[in-house]
Design a protein around this ligand. Structure first.
Ligand code: MN
Length: 134
C-alpha cells in the first residue's frame, strides 16, 4: 500500500511511541498530538488520510474530539478510528456513536496493527469514492 498521512492522538507516551513506530515501519508519515485540542488543529491544517484517536485523553476526551471533527465541514470526512482500552466495556459502542468509523483495542496487537490500519484506510477510500460518485 502507498504511504499515507496518519494522525495519532494519544496522551500515553509509551502507546504513542509504539503506535508511531509500527506505522512508520509500514511506511506511513505520522503526525502526533498528545491532546484532543492539538489533534483537532492538526486535523484541520494537515487533513490526514486517517486519524487514530485515543478515547481517554486529558481535558477533552476522544469521543468529544471525534464529535467536534465530525461537526466541522473541514474535517467531517476524515476517517477516525478509536483506540479503546480492552478493559473498558462499552467504549466501542460509544466510539461508533460519536462518529468513529471503527476501533482498535489496546494493548495494541503489534503483529496485526499495520494490517488493520491498512484495512481501515482502504474502507475509507472506498467510502470516499462512493461519496464522489453520489
Ligand atoms: Mn489515554
Amino acid at each position: 500500500m502507498n504511504a499515507k498521512k496518519i494522525l495519532v492522538i494519544e496522551d500515553n507516551p509509551v502507546n504513542l511511541e509504539l503506535t508511531v513506530d509500527l506505522l512508520e515501519l509500514a511506511g506511513h508519515v505520522v503526525l502526533k498530538a498528545d491532546t484532543a485540542e492539538r489533534g483537532i488543529q492538526l486535523a484541520r491544517s494537515v487533513r490526514p488520510d486517517l486519524i487514530l484517536m485515543d478515547i481517554s485523553l486529558p481535558c477533552m476526551d476522544g469521543l468529544a474530539a471525534t464529535k467536534a471533527l465530525k461537526q466541522h465541514p473541514a474535517t467531517r470526512d476524515l476517517p477516525v478510528i478509536a483506540l479503546t482500552a480492552h478493559a473498558m466495556k462499552g467504549d466501542e459502542e460509544k466510539a461508533l456513536a460519536a462518529g468513529c468509523e471503527g476501533y482498535l483495542t489496546k494493548p495494541i496487537e503489534t503483529r496485526t496493527f499495520a494490517r488493520n490500519v491498512a484495512l481501515f484506510i482502504e474502507a475509507a477510500e472506498e467510502r470516499a469514492r462512493t461519496r464522489e460518485a453520489a
